[in-house]
Design a protein around this ligand. Structure first.
Ligand SMILES: [Mg+2]
Length: 313
């Protein structure tokens, strides 16, 4: 495989990896961490059938749709798609996202809605914007400054907290550098530069993550915990499969940890490294109730279109 083929494999790995991780974590969400000698290694049913992706992937597909149709990150169009998704009665929606999207659905602008919810709970720094951010990384992977601007805007449509915004820039830079072929250590250093100044607590958590012990990881819906889990999982495994098994078996916010770790591990190892039985089990619907069903090959096609977009913010 030439370098172009390897890049293609890595960007496809981001999209398929994120959705596979989401589906693998789905039945483990809100649970306790699995016993280290009894880790779940297969797609299992939970609130949804085995292999079904959740809101993490549905909202990422909304981000992807706006990028492909508009050619750039248009926050008004994105907010409209989020509101339509919210009105289609999704089975699950995060607390902070629900608060913003209910206001959007009632006719507020995204600026008003995101600001009002931020004022109501200024300490809330959930992972709801991080989990859907990977399509921005694929659309702007060749231009880190455009990537930074679009990542900030994508986040701020719902999440205003500085830690959420920085986490989205950090993750997307990391994904872009991995797609370009950088090794994990070098990609992390570029991400620290591009996302600077990183809030101190977030920077500390990411720096310490590789050396954390499994029992120390909380894996809650706090954006800091999600990045911590993802970085820890990558440093404490040698394959796509093992990284994902480590992440989702922490329980708690297992599907979002799976989605973020899956995007990163897919960029690191390429789409061929994703176990075939996981890929073929993967499915979901977007838009909801549209009859438009997605399998892993549809995510491959979507990733190709995003990565070739070379969009401007
Ligand atoms: Mg979810």
């Amino acid at each position: 495989m030439g370098e172009e083929g390897r890049e293609r494999s890595r960007w496809r790995g981001v999209a398929v990896g994120a959705a596979v991780g989401d589906a693998l974590g789905m039945p483990l969400e809100f649970g306790l961490a699995s016993h280290p000698r009894a880790l779940i290694r297969s797609m299992r049913p939970g609130r949804l059938p085995a292999g079904h992706f959740t809101d993490d992937t549905e909202l990422a597909l909304a981000v992807a749709a706006t990028l492909l149709e508009r050619g750039y990150l248009d926050p008004d169009d994105l907010a409209q798609r989020f509101a339509e998704w919210y009105c289609s009665e999704p089975p699950d929606v995060g607390v902070h996202t629900q608060a913003v999207l209910s206001r959007l659905a009632a006719g507020e602008s995204w600026e008003e809605a995101a600001e009002a919810v931020f004022r109501e709970r200024p300490e809330s720094a959930g992972n709801g914007a991080l989990m859907r951010s990977w399509p921005v990384a694929l659309a702007f992977w060749r231009d880190l400054e455009a990537l930074r601007q679009a990542s900030v805007l994508q986040c701020r449509v719902t999440h205003r907290h500085a830690e959420c915004v920085a986490a989205c820039v950090f993750l997307n830079t990391l994904l872009a550098r991995l797609v370009a072929g950088a090794n994990l250590e070098a990609a992390l250093e570029t991400a620290f530069v591009q996302a600077s100044p990183l809030p101190a607590g977030l920077a500390h958590a990411i720096r310490l993550a590789p050396r954390r012990r499994r029992e120390e990881l909380r894996n809650t819906g706090w954006v800091r915990h999600t990045l911590e889990t993802a970085v820890w999982s990558l440093f404490n495994s040698h394959t796509f499969e093992e990284a994902l098994i480590q992440a989702v078996n922490l329980g708690a916010d297992a599907d979002t940890a799976g989605a973020v770790t899956g995007a990163l591990a897919g960029a690191l190892y390429g789409v061929e490294a994703i176990p075939e039985e996981w890929r073929t089990a993967l499915h979901g619907e977007y838009p909801l109730k549209s009859g438009h069903n997605w399998g892993w090959q549809d995510l491959v096609n979507l990733a190709d279109r995003l990565a070739m977009l070379q969009a401007q913010p």
